[in-house]
Design a binder for this molecule. Structure first.
Ligand code: MN
Length: 733
């Protein structure tokens, strides 16, 4: 129970936060707006009254914060504030969409509907999360604000993830890295994207996060000093331009620094581009380009630029609307540093993306910009795609992060395609018909095959033939999600014809043999021919790849149907666990529960005691235990919530586990024996194999050994790193 006086002070806090929201919204409010926001606030208050967040705070804090993020971090307007305040009302309280429409009108109701999760039952093999992603992406064609508010909602949930139980933290964090961060990136919301990625790291690898965050903080002074020294020689010339400007040193996000450390396997200290110098000019719209290039020329007159690293996103902005001029120059300290030149307008678009873009667009440019073209394209894909939801989300996100290539039609129209796009992608981008009948292409007047990879500036003419049609191998030729889904559709259409044919043949055959045509029989036949599913079997019969006369021999060898494994989802496992233990605990205890439930350790990440882990119910191979840092974890956790089992290591140390250590150092006589002595004698560890490669005085080794848990590895690593000549020891999969 909350005491009386606490309730009083809580009420005051709610009012205080509501006023803060109004204050921030003030500059954009028009007549009557304040009234409608107040109505939304009161409705939300009433609907959520008595509800609390996991942290114990009143629930209304959440919609209030989400609304505030919408205004101050994305720059959205009144309709979005109203929708943000009401975003959880339909999902979590007795209100229906109809009530919202009656009270706040059609527009708000459409947005809220898009923000409400689907409930209900889904096919096997599908996933509720993926269906929800898909539904959310589909609403892009109704109103982009749905996605923006959803991102604000997600950001606030990530900021308050602390109070959630561990398995929920992992699920939410993985969904975030799997879909929401890429989405923010694609919409040009850089600040959002970096914060979402950093928060993901904070919960998925807390120690790494703390370590890097601490080091960024420690190096702040030397960074500022570096920037002061960098600017000194060009300051006078900058001032002589007579414009307002600002210079910032932007450290890269923790997540992107971590990625660099992993990719180049270097420590924090050796990541060379920890930050970029940003010069922001406050000039009028028509002078932007001229001043940006003047500043570029000032900088590169003094500092030597790297010609490979010049990026002009002012003449051709990125498809998400990003504009800026980037160059990398050699500083006086002998270090490369990236310099970004842009205007205040460009900077705001870069941080706030979509919404800021609209703010500036009013009356200033008439071109259809990259962003609008992108939204039109996404819309098109969404409306035509009928693949299953997981496949769909996967195709969609694979296009989110990729860079772009710019090419021209024969008439000189500019087309933007994902990096790696081929002539065939281009054909599908022009029109589905042209894609399906594409024979080849002429690129810059030269004849090229379908899978020719396009480069910036290529001019492409597509050659077609009525006889041409898509085949399986085309899927290897394309990278754009549009072309992929179109080819899949066409192949499905063709496959359907063969399946129908196969079905007729099998029916006829079974009739002759006096066997009833039914699903279980089809499954037996599929098993007999070693085919994945009855449908695949029908297809193979239809194409003649399975000789239908062989069905007779199936009947002769007919045995009883093999029973399917009984485990279908996490629920079954959890029920079984609590039934056997006769308690409520549904946690899988690794090392103790093996007699109740069969599980195996995943080969992709080789978990050992001490690792953060979860169980995953696979379709045909029982339960697999993965590390939460496994490369496959994000996909599994984000898409298959119903198959995830909470798992923990039992404290007893009975087993040993295989792990691999990679070891790097400078070669010297006797080093190998020193290393293996430490392993086998001092630490009494059982070594399985040791392979060493030496080249040019450097040695690299992989040691496979049996250990008890992670602390065992830590001790071993520390000991090995003390060996004279050893530079680095780390765990590898
Ligand atoms: Mn919410």
């Amino acid at each position: 129970m909350v005491a009386e006086e606490d309730l009083e002070s809580e009420k005051k806090e709610i009012i205080r936060r509501y006023r803060r929201l109004l204050r921030k919204a003030k500059p954009i409010l028009k007549d009557g707006d304040a009234k409608i926001i107040k109505k939304a606030f009161n409705t939300s208050m009433e609907a959520h009254s008595g509800m609390r967040r996991r942290s114990g705070e009143p629930y209304i804090f959440h919609p209030l914060e989400v609304a505030e993020i919408c205004i101050s971090e994305i720059g959205l307007g009144t309709t979005s504030i109203v929708a943000a305040l009401l975003h959880d009302v339909v999902e979590d309280t007795d209100y229906e969409i109809e009530d919202i429409e009656r009270l706040f009108g059609k527009r708000v109701a459409v947005i809220i509907d898009g923000l409400t999760k689907i409930s209900g039952v889904f096919d096997q093999g599908s996933s509720q999360q993926a269906e929800n992603f898909r539904k959310m992406l589909l609403t892009l064609s109704d109103d982009v604000r749905v996605i923006l508010i959803k991102l604000a909602d997600r950001l606030h949930n990530m900021r308050t993830l602390e109070s959630m139980p561990r398995h929920k933290q992992l699920k939410i964090a993985n969904e975030t890295i799997y879909l929401y961060a890429p989405l923010a990136h694609r919409l040009g919301l850089y600040a959002f994207k970096s914060e979402l990625e950093d928060l993901y790291l904070k919960y998925s690898e807390p120690e790494v996060f703390e370590d890097i965050a601490g080091k960024i903080n420690e190096t702040k002074d030397s960074r500022n000093k570096f920037i002061r020294n960098f600017i000194r020689p060009i300051k006078d010339k900058l001032n002589a331009l007579n414009i307002e400007y600002e210079i910032k040193g932007r450290p890269k996000s923790i997540h992107s620094i971590w990625n660099k450390m992993k990719k180049q396997s270097v420590p924090f200290e050796e990541v060379y581009d920890l930050f970029a110098i940003r010069i922001i000019l406050n000039v009028s719209f028509k002078d932007e380009k001229a001043f940006c290039w003047q500043v570029y020329s000032l900088v590169t007159d003094y500092y030597q630029p790297n010609p490979d690293r010049l990026r002009d996103w002012i003449s051709i902005p990125k498809a998400n609307g990003y504009e800026s001029l980037h160059t990398t120059v050699m500083s006086d300290t002998g270090k490369w540093v990236e310099v970004q030149v842009r205007t205040t307008r460009m900077d705001e678009i870069a941080e706030k993306g979509y919404a800021a873009h609209w703010k500036y667009k009013d009356g200033k440019t008439t071109d259809e910009t990259g962003l609008e073209m992108w939204i039109a394209k996404v819309r098109e894909i969404l409306e035509q795609n009928n693949a299953n939801a997981i496949e769909f989300v996967d195709d969609f996100r694979s296009n989110l992060y990729s860079d772009e290539v710019f090419v021209f039609t024969p008439k000189g129209d500019l087309k933007t395609l994902p990096q790696g796009a081929t002539a065939l992608d281009f054909a599908f981008d022009i029109h589905t018909e042209i894609g399906e009948h594409c024979l080849g292409a002429k690129v810059n007047q030269k004849l090229v095959p379908l899978n020719f990879e396009l480069k910036n500036g290529d001019q492409v003419e597509i050659l077609t033939s009525n006889k041409q049609k898509p085949n399986e191998s085309w899927l290897q030729y394309v990278v754009s999600s549009k072309a992929k889904s179109k080819i899949k559709d066409a192949l499905k259409e063709e496959r359907k014809v063969f399946i129908d044919e196969g079905r007729e043949i099998v029916k006829r055959k079974l009739k002759q043999l006096k066997i009833e045509y039914k699903q279980t029989v089809l499954e037996e036949i599929a098993n007999y021919f070693n085919v994945k599913s009855p449908v695949d079997m029908l297809y193979l019969v239809g194409t003649g790849k399975i000789d239908h006369s062989l069905i007779k021999s199936f009947v002769k060898n007919k045995k009883t149907v093999v029973e399917k494994p009984s485990v279908r989802g996490a629920k079954d496992v959890e029920e079984k666990l609590s039934r056997v233990r006769k308690t409520d605990s549904d946690l899988l205890l690794l090392g103790e529960d093996l007699d109740i439930i069969d599980y195996k350790f995943a080969k992709c990440c080789n978990p050992i005691p001490g690792d953060d882990v979860f169980g995953f119910v696979t379709v045909s191979d029982g339960i697999k235990i993965h590390r939460t840092t496994c490369p496959n974890a994000a996909e599994l956790l984000a898409n298959y919530g119903y198959r995830i089992i909470k798992a923990k290591w039992a404290s007893s140390r009975k087993h040993s586990f295989e792990a691999t250590l990679s070891i790097i150092g400078t070669d010297r006589m006797g080093l190998v024996s020193d290393v293996s002595n430490i392993i086998s004698e001092e630490l009494k560890v059982n070594m399985r194999s040791l392979s060493i490669n030496t080249e040019g005085g450097i040695f690299e080794g992989l040691i496979r050994l049996y250990v008890e848990d992670t602390s065992h590895i830590d001790t071993l690593t520390k000991k090995l790193e003390k060996v004279n000549g050893v530079v680095k020891v780390s765990r590898s999969n």
